[in-house]
Design a protein around this ligand. Structure first.
Ligand code: SF4
Length: 183
């Protein structure tokens, strides 16, 4: 499976995110060419401050134009390369785009697209989308906070990238399975 980032439904927003004119058109053509060659394709939507407001519009774009892809991954930022150097300007608190994320997941899943949320903590997701969250951070990169000690869903939660200590949501709160079922 080839994993291909698509940052936005608008060409100029995607091009700005990757700092390359024409990148959006090349990316969409590339996805079409891969599928025409029967290659499995995963679209990776990186959840970053500059693009999260238009998540529902991007979900509509994918559902209308790229319904044939094999998986859509909505991905919290991983602190590597460009993202690591610019984490403070591109990270957004998941609480601030929870509505857009919930709507995007609804649009994608209603369209029949296999959809996952990676690199996000369960407690900062709306209960409706928690079943789409995966424990995606490898054990050797992962850590938890003191608040997680009493959390009853910790074994299912992706936790945090250990190498970044500041990109932490203000909404980290232990979950009780009995009070807030998550799946
Ligand atoms: S409290 Fe910690 S373990 Fe529990 S859902 Fe939140 S981040 Fe995950």
């Amino acid at each position: 499976m080839m994993s291909i980032p698509v940052y936005a439904d608008l060409a100029h927003v995607h091009d700005h995110a990757v700092q390359a004119d024409g990148a959006f058109d090349e990316t969409i053509h590339g996805i079409l060419a891969l599928k025409a060659s029967r290659v499995r394709v995963e679209i990776r939507v990186v959840l970053q401050a500059q693009t999260v407001r238009r998540l529902p519009e991007l979900a509509h774009f994918i559902a209308r134009n790229l319904l044939f892809v094999d998986h859509v991954a909505l991905m919290g930022l991983e602190p590597t390369g460009f993202a690591r150097a610019n984490m403070d300007s591109i990270w957004a608190d998941p609480l601030d785009y929870a509505d857009q994320l919930r709507e995007a997941v609804r649009i994608l899943s209603d369209a029949g697209l296999r959809t996952s949320i990676y690199n996000s903590q369960l407690c900062v997701l709306s209960p409706e989308v928690r079943p789409f969250a995966r424990r995606s951070i490898s054990d050797w990169k992962q850590t938890y906070l003191p608040e997680c000690e009493t959390c009853e869903v910790r074994s299912d939660c992706a936790g945090f990238f250990a190498t970044v200590t500041y990109a932490r949501s203000r909404g980290i709160t232990p979950i009780s399975r009995s009070l807030a079922p998550y799946a």
